[in-house]
Design a protein around this ligand. Structure first.
Ligand SMILES: [Zn+2]
Length: 236
């Protein structure tokens, strides 16, 4: 099932309830408002184009990707109006502000955990970004040779047991790994792509996000980052 199909189904399911829910939620977290300033005027399509242009700059001319931090720190200190939210892996090589071409302070609203899992904290953070900060685009970004995904594959293939809280965390990727075991192609990479897709679907399952998508104020996409080339492949 593609993201558009889910969006359609959700729209049918929540067409009556979602408007009221979004309004209620807005009131419920009013205390967060002090962190926001005038929302961006960037559209979802423009935001996606900016990310693609930025990643092309990162791949082709990384020497140009230098953020003017002193200037932007001052400009962003009074509030934020990011134009893209990114849910990605905590992997130290997958830094959104860098791989999207040197984005600076106040531009990207970034949520990270091992395996870019759309858990409660990630979804709540994204809801805050799109509803309160006016973020027009959400990107779920998986990456090549993801360790968390690799661990989930080892749980499936070798019945691996992971220590501490790593096990329950990776358990959230294990259903994807189970579904793709034995499929054609690279096992881990197949799971990386599907895991990014399913995390994006979970984001869309948020009534707040769905309602904003229905009004074309928010777009949700998923992508894969190539560690070797630096390229981001948008998959939806
Ligand atoms: Zn990873």
């Amino acid at each position: 099932m593609c993201i558009d199909c889910v969006k359609l189904n959700r729209r049918q399911l929540f067409s009556v309830a979602a408007g009221g829910l979004a309004a209620t939620t807005l009131l419920g977290v009013d205390g967060f408002r002090s962190a926001a300033r005038a929302k961006t005027t960037v559209t979802p399509d423009e935001a996606l184009a900016k990310l693609k242009t930025g990643n092309a700059r990162f791949v082709n001319a990384p020497d140009l990707c230098v953020a003017d931090l002193a200037k932007t720190r001052t400009a962003a200190a009074s509030g934020q109006s990011p134009w893209a939210a990114v849910l990605t892996c905590a992997d130290s090589r997958v830094t959104p502000e860098l791989i999207f071409g040197g984005m600076t302070l106040g531009e990207l609203f970034v949520c990270r955990n091992a395996g870019n899992i759309a858990d409660l904290g990630a979804i709540g953070s994204i809801e805050y970004a799109v509803e309160h900060l006016g973020c027009p685009l959400v990107v779920v970004l998986g990456h090549e040779r993801c360790g968390a995904v690799g661990a989930a594959c080892e749980v499936v293939e070798k019945d691996a047991h992971l220590p501490g809280s790593i096990g329950p965390m990776v358990e959230q990727i294990v259903p994807v790994a189970r579904d793709l075991r034995g499929k054609e192609g690279d096992y881990i990479d197949n799971v990386v792509r599907e895991n990014a897709k399913r995390s994006a679907l979970k984001v869309i399952h948020s009534p707040i996000v769905e309602e904003l998508m229905h009004h074309k104020k928010v777009q949700v996409v998923y992508a894969r980052y190539d560690l070797d080339t630096g390229g981001v492949e948008f998959l939806s």
